[in-house]
Design a binder for this molecule. Structure first.
Ligand SMILES: Nc1nc2c(ncn2[C@@H]2O[C@H](COP(=O)(O)OP(=O)(O)O)[C@@H](O)[C@H]2O)c(=O)[nH]1
Ligand SMILES: [Mg+2]
Length: 294
């Protein structure tokens, strides 16, 4: 049984709370990738609430729990973040296989549907096939892809894409990057270089500083996703996280830890491979689902 079904079951009875209810909840939350520290803290608060308000039934307790979860979430509207920035630059970071390339295409499609004019930058020049993968998306979506050869300089690709945008070709550059950037020094060097290139060649000192950095995390990797976020966020300050593969029984509790421990908001959730499978993070809905609403 997946986590979502288990938590539904857990709260899905009537009558008084059985003995060990709160301990069992703690265990279940850890299974949902919430992390032991946060699980203890939240369940403690819930227990206090249940005493204070004399809640003895699982239904109302579940609602209180969902609210507690929601209250702990950092929120950031991905559309306000981009407002006024032209051209805006979004760098998608993350380890291999988390869904960066797919998400770059989804974001381009989404923002275009909202009136922006996106350009995709194939700045993963490291992985064989990465450039072609993005080009195929570009062809399907009829969105311009700026690309160099495999093995080329990622910073130069971002620069060219920004220049194309500044020349009137677009107002939003979405850059796919290489997964190898998860080692701290490589990541920092790569980003510094992008900064330098944008600064010196575009003569727009603020451009690089304003670039939006979103980390792409695979929900199915559980607590490992938090470890990845710690490394990336420690190397370069991130603006937020995009959680992918939140389909097929993913748990997703890591989102609460990202907020609590790293103060990082989740900006988008992806739940499938199609271009439409991306939506802005909705804290109330996410908390409700995690808390097993029927
Ligand atoms: N089920 C599911 N698969 C996804 C999602 N996002 C990406 N993928 C798949 O995950 C795999 C790796 O994605 P890719 O974009 O190449 O990852 P990258 O290495 O970070 O660029 C591909 O097979 C994608 O189709 C998602 O939200 N749900
Ligand atoms: Mg890729």
């Amino acid at each position: 049984m997946g986590f979502a079904a288990k938590i539904k079951d857990f709260f899905g009875f009537t009558g008084p709370l059985p003995e060990g209810f709160f301990d069992d909840l703690e265990d279940l939350l850890v299974e949902g990738d919430l992390g032991p520290g946060l699980a203890v803290k939240l369940v403690g608060r819930l227990q206090e609430l249940s005493k204070k308000e004399k809640i003895t039934e699982p239904g109302p307790l579940r609602e209180r729990f969902a609210k507690l979860l929601e209250d702990g979430l950092k929120v950031l509207d991905p559309d306000t973040l981009l407002k006024g920035e032209s051209p805006a630059l979004i760098l998608l970071l993350g380890v291999n296989g988390t869904g960066k390339t797919t998400t770059a295409a989804k974001l381009a499609a989404r923002y275009r549907a909202r009136g922006r004019n996106p350009i995709l930058a194939a700045a993963d020049t490291f992985r064989a096939g990465a450039v072609d993968q993005l080009k195929i998306h570009g062809q399907r979506l009829k969105i311009r892809v700026v690309a160099h050869r495999q093995g080329g300089d990622p910073a130069a690709v971002v620069y060219d894409a920004m220049e194309a945008a500044l020349a009137g070709g677009g107002d939003l550059v979405i850059a796919d990057t290489a997964g190898r950037m998860h080692t701290r020094t490589a990541l920092v060097e790569e980003l510094k270089k992008i900064d330098r290139v944008l600064e010196t060649r575009l003569k727009k000192p603020e451009t690089a500083a304003r670039c939006i950095k979103w980390l792409v995390l695979d929900a199915t990797t559980g607590r490992n996703a938090l470890a990845q976020a710690e490394i990336f966020h420690g190397a370069v300050p991130l603006d937020g996280v995009i959680l992918t593969k939140y389909d097929s029984g993913a748990r997703g509790g890591v989102v609460f830890s990202l907020s609590e421990e790293l103060k990082l908001p989740t900006v988008f959730i992806c739940d499938g491979e199609g271009y439409e499978h991306i939506r802005p993070f909705d804290p109330a809905a996410f908390a409700e689902r995690f808390a097993g609403r029927n």
